[in-house]
Write a protein that binds this ligand. Structure first.
Ligand SMILES: [Zn+2]
Length: 75
């Protein structure tokens, strides 16, 4: 797995700027990336065929996790 191109320190560790933007602007898209980019039986992403976890899965997963930690009660 390649690390995201740019890291931003957060409570969850270093998260890519893209993951932070996605968490803030479109958490539904983040969840979809994390769910759609899953491993097949050969250890590759079922959707983009990269070695799993692929970059899109990592960005989506980090965005979902970040959105959960920053969501205000009642939102
Ligand atoms: Zn993928």
């Amino acid at each position: 797995m390649q690390p995201p191109p740019t890291g931003v320190p957060t409570a969850l560790g270093t998260v890519s700027e893209l993951a932070l933007l996605l968490a803030e602007l479109h958490p539904t898209a983040a969840a979809r990336l994390a769910c759609d980019h899953v491993a097949d039986t050969s250890g590759r992403c079922r959707l983009c065929r990269s070695v799993w976890p692929c970059t899109l899965h990592v960005i989506g997963r980090d965005a979902v996790a970040h959105a959960r930690t920053t969501r205000l009660p009642g939102r």
